[in-house]
Design a binder for this molecule. Structure first.
Ligand SMILES: C[S@@+](CC[C@H](N)C(=O)[O-])C[C@H]1O[C@@H](n2cnc3c(N)ncnc32)[C@H](O)[C@@H]1O
Length: 283
């Protein structure tokens, strides 16, 4: 049975714009249809009328998820990131443009120049796999505390034919990591669970894994101090991390106290402080 998506969008447009903060529904619909074409045997594309049809059951399921604010990428099962499409599900953070920008900065600086890369909190694997795919590092390791996230990262390594160059390891920060790396990169959880929470969009809080987003307020400083010490033990080169605009200056000072050099806090493309970068050389 045919059912019109455009009628649904017209009815729900105000709510969807609020839930999905300024989404371009036409582009989203196009992507959704591409996925459905592949996934659903009930799907019929009526090119002549530019209308899209799915079974009532399929449509109802999608509408329900839409109206709960499920991230579009989770719904679609993929996210675009740095020239590639990555499999994502509810167990991983949906990759963000500011992370993509960090990757781009690293590609510009390190393409063809380094051997080994470590990505801490790899999630879907987007940072590590994009770097390797762009010629930053001959091999790399992605670590995550979440086995479900590592499964997603493994799928993406396979899809990008990078399995032979990327190992995925379950580890609490760097505790299970061995060896020395030329580049250590991370987009760790960096939102304070209480005091920063009011800055988080309600649908992010509701639909993305809390382990990927939050750290307890009273453990925050210690978490990063331990993290930086672990990074120091495995780094002979550059460390770059995405972080919280209200915390990065203190974290830069902490890196200095721990003996890192050439420390720099820099903004993302919206002008918000977003990254700290530093160097450490093994003696
Ligand atoms: C902000 S997400 C980043 C995911 C991905 N790298 C990206 O940029 O889209 C943080 C990731 O760190 C992982 N994580 C949280 N605590 C961790 C820990 N103690 N050790 C290792 N990974 C951790 C989470 O499971 C999550 O996948």
């Amino acid at each position: 049975m045919r059912s019109s998506w455009s009628a649904f969008y017209q009815d729900q447009e105000a709510l969807l714009q609020e839930l999905y903060a300024g989404i371009n529904l036409d582009i989203f619909l196009r992507d959704l249809i591409d996925i459905l074409k592949v996934r659903s045997s009930n799907f019929i594309l009526d090119l002549e009328h530019s209308e899209y049809s799915v079974s009532d059951f399929e449509r109802q399921k999608l509408e329900e998820q839409f109206l709960k604010g499920t991230p579009l990428s989770t719904l679609l099962g993929f996210a675009e990131f740095y020239h590639n499409s990555y499999y994502v599900d509810q167990h991983v953070l949906i990759p963000r443009p500011e992370t993509e920008y960090m990757v781009d900065l690293l590609v510009q600086e390190f393409k063809g120049k380094i051997q080994r890369v470590l990505d801490v909190g790899t999630g879907s694997g987007v940072i590590l796999l994009s770097l390797l795919n762009s010629g930053v590092g001959k091999s790399g390791v992605g670590v995550d505390i979440s086995p479900e996230a590592l499964r997603v990262a493994g799928i993406n390594a396979q899809r990008l034919r990078l399995k032979h160059r990327a190992s995925m390891i379950k580890s609490d920060r760097l505790t299970k990591v061995e060896g020395i790396f030329d580049l250590i990169v991370s987009n760790p959880p960096y939102i304070k669970a209480s005091s920063h929470k009011n800055l988080v969009h309600v649908s992010v809080d509701k639909h993305e894994p809390h382990q990927a987003l939050y750290l307890p307020d009273d453990y925050y400083v210690l978490w990063f101090e331990d993290f930086f010490q672990e990074v120091r033990a495995h780094l002979n080169g550059t460390f770059m991390m995405e972080g919280h605009e209200l915390e990065l200056d203190d974290q830069a000072l902490m890196l200095g106290r721990l003996g890192f050099k050439d420390i720099k806090v820099s903004p993302d493309l919206t002008g918000v402080k977003r990254y700290v970068k530093a160097r450490f050389t093994q003696s």
